[in-house]
Design a protein. Sequence first.
Length: 113
Amino acid sequence: MVFIGKVQFTDLVAWLSEQRMGSYLYIAAHWNQLKAIKQLAEEIGFSEEEAQYIGYGEKEKNVFCGRCHGITTIDAENTEQVEVDCIYCNLRLEISNHYSRLRDAYLGYVAKL
């Protein structure tokens, strides 16, 4: 089944809930919508092994501050950016490659004291 354009989440919930055991999802959506759709599929009962998620468009990257636990969002396309200032405590953070699925963010280490 293909959904084109704007779809109400209630329609998507109903459709996903009616799927039989063993169904496999291929979901392509804009990065802004993909996280919500993935969470919805997991709440209904689909595991990560039963789905493939493909995002398109501009992507944002979240950086988790180790000091204040705030999350700063940056443009993910800018791969040259290795440091960022936390928007909550102004600490200079070095962006690591350690990713937390729980926080949906990369860990930011203290860059300078």
